[in-house]
Write a protein that binds this ligand. Structure first.
Ligand code: PGA
Length: 236
């Protein structure tokens, strides 16, 4: 594992954006695994700036996101599709048809999960997966559990996660969808490179436990200890 200590959020974002840009420049048709949440927004801003200046292009890049809420249509303001459009996709030169998220409104979520895994496999897997970490140690929406779930799956969001995300739903945890579809541990762990960003003391504490303690499904991020090309960028 490579640990980079950034001096603040801007520094973390810039370092993360550099690694993502390097991936896109090295392999223009790469598959980027992307994440939502507050933490990656600064890195996305930096990528937008560099793309606008013509320093890189996403014209051939394919993206697969980690997760999507169930029950929200893609056009809903709080869907992760809307988040990605607002914070990245609509502001760079990526082709919309090359951006993939699970369809949270699918009538048959199980079939949607299987189809999402098949799509990632058809792309040849993920070149670089960007991750945040939840206060409870989740990655994507792989919540603490008795076992690791390998395939993309429908998950009941924990009370912790719904509380943490209530800020996007007028502060009301009961407004946060109860279920989501998340990429499972298989495609996250099979990504050729993983880049995890964490900002703030609380995240640092959970990250310390995940990377310094035992590998356990009670702390899903702990499974990242088994990856051989993991870069972690934290703020001090
Ligand atoms: P955050 O979320 O970046 O908004 O803190 C991270 C996560 O829940 O994975």
């Amino acid at each position: 594992m490579k640990l980079l200590r950034a001096k603040d959020y801007n520094d973390m974002s810039r370092e993360a954006a550099k690694l993502i840009a390097a991936q896109v420049i090295l392999k223009e048709n790469c598959v980027l695994g992307l994440a939502t949440g507050s933490t990656p927004v600064g890195a996305y801003k930096q990528l937008i700036e560099w793309q606008k200046k013509g320093e890189l292009t996403f014209a051939k890049t394919v993206t697969v996101n980690l997760d999507e809420y169930c029950g929200l249509p893609a056009t809903h303001a709080q869907s992760y599709r809307s988040f990605m459009r607002e914070n990245l996709f609509d502001r760079i030169d990526i082709r919309p048809e090359n951006t993939h998220l699970p369809n949270g409104a699918a009538a048959d979520p199980e079939a949607e999960c299987a189809a999402y895994d098949a799509r990632i496999e058809a792309f040849g897997g993920i070149d670089l997966q960007l991750l945040g970490i939840g206060h409870n140690g989740h990655i994507g929406f792989n919540e603490p559990d008795e076992h690791f779930t390998m395939p993309t799956h429908r998950v009941r969001l924990s009370a912790d996660t719904r509380q943490a995300n209530a800020r996007f739903f007028e502060g009301d945890p009961s407004g946060v969808p109860e279920f989501a579809i998340t990429m499972g541990m298989r495609h996250i762990l099979q990504a050729k490179k993983i880049l995890l960003v964490a900002n703030g003391a609380q995240k640092l504490a959970v990250l310390d436990r995940a990377l310094g303690g035992p590998v356990t499904p009670h702390l899903p991020a702990s499974l990242l200890q088994l990856h051989n090309d993991l870069t972690v960028i934290v703020t001090e």
